[in-house]
Design a protein around this ligand. Structure first.
Ligand code: SF4
Ligand code: SF4
Length: 424
């Protein structure tokens, strides 16, 4: 059970037996070889704060933010330490101090809470961003180098931002999509926040694959955001409100499965039952909701839907999104589908479950560290000689696309469902 938002009790913190098995899989320890930047070191710091032996210092704040929250350490830990919930709880504590940078506060309070937390505002900002992205002003700003004067990494952050979709998915996906044949399953689909405005084609591909698998698909237009970005950045109040809204919105429809195509969203919706367990009105509904959440690759491989795949001559590799591999323990399902496509040559990626450095807003607030991690990932991708790298999370998609450009790797970056859509 995860302990979102509350510093863990002493017996939970004592679960760490200091074996160090997690050190080898931790990207921040690998970068620094500094014990305090390892999972074990951070647990020790959190323990000291939770016991009142240490005040929250600038160093503590930096360490909690330096962590990617990739949860690779959880997968490696023989003692079952739930590190992710510890660091997320520590970030909530940190938020109440004055050590947060203005930039972080801007991203968290303005972008994540006010903009991402409202579908209409996010759509408005995205429309403005789309005008900017298609304009000559962007090219001029990049050419002149003026962005670097305003903020050192602003130009690079601008380049790694995903392109806003020509049409948002709530403009191209109907609320109810019926299959051609008899309905096998009734599914609900989270079109999400950033997925809705920046990855609309992937959402459309998802609905079309579900439809081809004889599923009825409910995609409500008044959904907003599942709350995962806010929760991972220490804003649990906003995250809980968004979770309740999501449960309410989907409650008007009787569905067998709640399907997600974003690793972070799927992982967080599976936590609703826990994070709302103290809420009298929502606890039971949240548990019931979470039980039915499935990642799209999980849904396609674990149910008996008729998925017929046509041949495709493609050389592909697969990058595990952290929230799929480490949080949801979904590693076999996407590989199973990709390998089942006739004609595909599948190349396993070295360190496939090593974070790509995207990690929510990590590549914005820790741009330089994120690039060190990304370079390692891109070199591993290059070594596979694959034409396509597949990954199931929007953050990873944007990061790898940027990485391919920045580090000169000739590879197309795709979501697994878009590849599957091409073969049905
Ligand atoms: S979550 Fe990732 S970056 Fe953070 S301590 Fe664990 S392995 Fe290291
Ligand atoms: S692997 Fe688990 S028990 Fe061992 S040091 Fe890391 S967190 Fe602690």
């Amino acid at each position: 059970m995860r302990l979102l938002g509350v510093l863990p009790s002493d017996d939970v913190l004592q679960q760490c037996i200091h074996c160090g098995m997690c050190l080898a899989v931790c990207p921040t320890y690998e970068m620094t070889k500094n014990e305090r930047s390892s999972p074990r070191g951070r647990i020790k710091l959190i323990k000291s704060v939770a016991r009142g032996e240490m005040q929250i210092t600038k160093l503590f704040v930096e360490e909690m933010n330096f962590c990617l929250d990739c949860q690779a350490c959880e997968t490696a830990c023989p003692a079952g330490v739930k590190y992710g919930s510890m660091v997320e709880a520590a970030r909530v504590e940190v938020d109440n101090t004055s050590y947060r940078s203005w930039f972080y506060r801007f991203v968290k309070k303005f972008l994540l809470r006010t903009i991402v937390g409202s579908r209409s505002k996010l759509k408005l900002v995205s429309k403005l961003l789309r005008i900017y992205q298609n304009s000559f002003i962007r090219k001029m700003l990049h050419k002149s180098g003026v962005m670097k004067i305003i903020f050192t990494n602003l130009e690079e952050i601008d380049k790694l931002s995903p392109t806003v979709s020509e049409k948002f998915s709530d403009e191209i996906i109907p609320e109810i999509t019926m299959p051609k044949g008899e309905v096998k399953y009734k599914t609900a689909f989270l079109s999400g926040c950033l997925m809705n405005v920046m990855f609309a084609e992937i959402n459309k591909d998802t609905v079309e694959v579900l439809q081809a698998c004889n599923c009825e698909v409910f995609t409500p237009k008044n959904q907003i955001c599942c709350g995962s970005l806010q929760a991972h950045n220490g804003d649990f109040e906003t995250a809980k409100n968004l979770a309740k809204h999501t449960i309410d919105v989907f409650s008007s429809y009787q569905f067998d499965y709640m399907v997600a195509n974003s690793a972070g969203c799927g992982a967080f919706m599976k936590e609703y039952g826990h994070i709302l367990s103290d809420d009298v009105k929502y606890a039971e509904r949240a548990r019931n909701f979470s039980r039915r959440v499935k990642d799209i690759t999980e849904f396609l491989t674990e149910t008996d839907v008729p998925l017929k795949l046509k041949s495709m001559a493609e050389s592909i590799t697969y990058h595990d999104a952290c929230h799929l591999a480490h949080t949801q323990k979904i590693t076999e399902q996407p590989r199973k589908i990709l390998k089942a496509i006739p004609g595909v040559s599948y190349n396993e990626l070295e360190e496939a479950s090593w974070c790509c450095g995207s990690a929510g807003i990590y590549n914005i607030v820790h741009y330089k560290d994120s690039m060190v991690i990304l370079e390692r990932k891109m070199e591993n991708i290059r070594k596979t000689h694959s034409k396509v790298v597949v990954t199931g999370n929007p953050g990873c998609l944007a990061q790898l696309r940027y990485g391919a450009q920045r580090f000169g790797v000739e590879v197309e970056v795709m979501h697994p469902i878009s590849l599957i859509r091409k073969t049905i």
